[in-house]
Design a protein around this ligand. Structure first.
Ligand code: GCU
Length: 426
């Protein structure tokens, strides 16, 4: 009888707390304990002027807010002009004739041994003209996105991982196709879209080395002493890489560079939002489970906090961001302003109910609170500040869903992004 009690207790606990089970402990997951806070005003300029027209937004307030995010959150993007060049390394019809797969190496300088990033590009094999395209960074190398045996295994630094067979910080055959469930490549191509992806470690390996490796070798080669408090962290480096990828997609004849949606999951969702905020050429921006430092409102302190993220990932944000550890109310911005920087372009925020660490309600609320800027620019924001039913997306000028399941990218997520893209990119 006793022996039965423990499993029953565990089962009851899981049923009672389905959403927090398995999340890092010692953080707030209780809505009743979210502190009162006031969000910084979107539509009042630093000098106190009321922003009441699109022109004032574009000329005054938007540049102010972009600068605040550069100074206080992510740091500046590298400002170094680079001469990109591209080498096509493979071209083949795959997916039973459905898809044209290309691998492009994008060099940042003339040095063929210098930093470069490899972009895997899928487009419909039957396409008669350039197609709209999703562009996103991946976590584990282009070879992890599809079981295709011909995709080159990344030679960049990867995190050691016995499940993926990554040893000595190098990827092996064992990780081929291991992330395919997150990329829905066939579904995307069948719907007439392209998919372009790059391993984020090609741009900046995701560990703290004081910003020497990856693109930093070329964007700040002669730096001595400490970095400025607003020098960009890795999220800024990855965002810069996405814009350089877009430079290439714009001249690529298979992709319509004016209809590119930038997509990212988790830390790479923080990155897609920041890339979209900086680069208005991205027509649509998708944040998948981006959480703290991405879509979520920092002031809610629900799940992951500013202090925790700056401590676990000291290289993601700028140095100044650390001043807001346990001090969120002093930040001159919150993340509804990041959404507003993307307006009037189409933004999609997706949450998962099992991902309370990322604060689903806070992700939705930042999109909701950006509404006045969408409206000023002739678009509609989210209709309600309440979470919609599970698996019931809201698709309009902006999009949101919260789905069943955990922190991940699923076919359900992609099916929504495709429907939303049909509204905004077709
Ligand atoms: C950690 C981190 C998150 C991040 C996630 C990821 O969980 O705390 O902020 O989004 O990693 O990128 O996978």
């Amino acid at each position: 009888m006793r022996r039965m009690l423990l499993p029953v207790f565990i089962m009851l606990f899981v049923v009672a707390c389905p959403s927090t089970f398995g999340q890092p402990q010692g953080f707030n997951y209780d809505e009743a304990k979210v502190p009162d806070f006031e969000l910084p005003s979107l539509l009042t300029s630093a000098s106190g002027k009321k922003i009441a027209s699109a022109a004032d937004w574009n000329n005054i307030r938007r540049p102010e807010i972009l600068k605040l995010f550069q100074e206080h959150v992510f740091g500046r993007l590298p400002d170094r002009e680079v001469q990109l060049s591209v080498e096509e390394r493979s071209r083949q019809t795959v997916h039973d004739g459905l898809t044209l797969r290309r691998e492009l190496r994008i060099f940042f300088t003339e040095d063929r041994n210098g930093p470069a990033m490899d972009m895997l590009v899928y487009t419909p094999a039957a396409a008669k003209s350039a197609v709209p395209c999703f562009l996103g960074l991946n976590f584990h190398g282009n070879h992890s996105v599809d079981p295709d045996p011909a995709i080159a295994i990344t030679k960049s630094w990867v995190r050691n991982d016995s499940k993926r067979g990554n040893v000595n910080n190098r990827a092996t055959e064992a990780s081929r196709g291991k992330s395919a469930s997150r990329w829905a490549a066939r579904m995307i191509v069948k719907k007439g879209y392209g998919l372009a992806t790059i391993y984020y470690g090609d741009i900046d390996p995701d560990f703290h080395d004081e910003f020497k490796n990856g693109i930093h070798a070329i964007t700040e080669p002669d730096r001595e002493g400490d970095r400025a408090s607003d020098a960009g962290g890795s999220i800024s480096a990855w965002s810069w890489g996405l814009s350089r990828a877009l430079d290439i997609l714009i001249v690529d004849r298979f992709v319509d560079g004016e209809r590119v949606a930038v997509f990212g999951h988790s830390r790479l969702g923080k990155t897609s939002l920041w890339a979209g905020a900086n680069d208005p050429r991205f027509r649509m921006v998708i944040s998948n489970n981006s959480g703290c430092g991405g879509a979520a409102l920092s002031r809610r302190r629900f799940g992951e906090t500013v202090k925790r993220i700056n401590t676990s990932f000291p290289h993601w944000f700028c140095l100044k961001h650390r001043e807001y550890n346990d001090n969120e109310d002093a930040m001159p911005v919150d993340h509804h302003m990041l959404m507003a920087l993307i307006a009037p372009r189409a933004v999609y925020v997706a949450s998962a109910v099992g991902d309370q660490w990322a604060d689903p309600r806070g992700e939705m609320l930042s999109l909701y609170h950006a509404g006045p800027v969408f409206e000023l620019l002739g678009r509609k924001g989210l209709p309600s500040n309440q979470l919609p039913e599970l698996d019931n997306p809201v698709h309009a000028d902006v999009g949101y869903h919260i789905r069943t399941g955990k922190h991940d990218v699923t076919d359900f997520d992609w099916a929504q992004y495709l429907k939303f893209a049909d509204l905004h990119l077709k």
